[in-house]
Design a protein around this ligand. Structure first.
Ligand code: UGY
Ligand code: MN
Length: 254
């Protein structure tokens, strides 16, 4: 790294509990138990106000994790941003390429390993599961987002949505990919109870967080806390697309 080339500045904007924009330049390597030959950056976490922890992880040659999110009652999710990955959910084995993903419910151990000599990059997520009284338990889910139909979002054919997990009361969260073609935007400025962790997969946009418009682009991370004002305009010539988490299917406790 060495001496800086210019005045030290950043696009990072952190308002714990409300929102955070974290560009990749500011990330540091977090050495964590269970990870071997990887570079890990923690993104959202309870310290930021999130009810989940998510990470961006680069697995180098032979890089692996032999037991992610082992805490009792914790569910886990992994998405291959780029590269090739072998993974297991309990006794089940999976081979993933770019767009591949795996969800493990609480009690099912997730392991994963780089399946190529070059680096593989993954977005990783864990969150405590909230059971539904008398309800079903969630199950292992795997797939590839390249095979999931893109649905027109809120009647706008230049904005497309993919749901990665089943829409079922057994699940208290989902992962989605939202893609705004150039000229696309949200239909309205959202203000909702749920929180999001979002990792930008492509493109550039102007993002409104708490009524402040900020430029964002591929490889940025955005945390949106409960009730955070949020909306996006695509800018540039490429679609802006992000994978994001959303809690669902649970009535808030009083
Ligand atoms: O599902 C959502 O709440 C989503 N439309 N939010 C967002 O993109 N900021
Ligand atoms: Mn939202």
């Amino acid at each position: 790294m060495g001496f800086p080339n210019d005045i030290l500045n950043t696009r990072a904007d952190i308002k714990p509990g409300l929102y955070a924009v974290i560009p990749p330049e500011g990330l540091v390597d977090n050495v964590l138990p269970g990870f071997e030959n990887t570079t890990n950056s923690i993104l959202g976490s309870p310290r930021l106000g999130a009810r989940f922890t998510d990470y961006i992880v680069t697995l180098h040659k032979g890089g692996k994790n032999t037991g992610f999110a082992g805490e009792e009652g914790v569910q886990s999710f992994i998405y291959v941003v780029d590269g090739k990955l072998n993974a297991t959910a309990g006794d089940e084995k999976f081979e993933f390429t770019q767009g591949g993903y795996l969800y493990c419910p609480p009690g099912v151990k997730m392991t994963f390993e780089n399946a190529q000599d070059e680096d593989t990059k993954v977005y990783l997520y864990k969150q405590r599961y909230t059971p539904l009284e008398g309800g079903k338990e969630p199950w292992v889910v795997s797939g590839n987002t390249n095979d999931i139909k893109k649905e027109i979002y809120d009647g706008m054919d230049n904005v497309l949505l993919q749901d990665l997990l089943p829409v079922d009361f057994a699940f208290d969260m989902n992962m989605h990919i939202l893609t705004f073609e150039p000229t696309g935007c949200h239909p309205f400025v959202e203000t909702h109870y749920q929180e999001h962790g979002a990792y930008l997969l492509s493109g550039e946009g102007m993002y409104n967080l708490d009524n402040k418009w900020m430029p964002v682009k591929k490889d940025d991370y955005i945390y949106m806390g409960p009730y955070c004002i949020q909306a996006c305009y695509a800018i540039g010539r490429e679609a802006i697309s992000y994978i994001y988490s959303k809690d669902c299917h649970r009535d808030p406790q009083v």
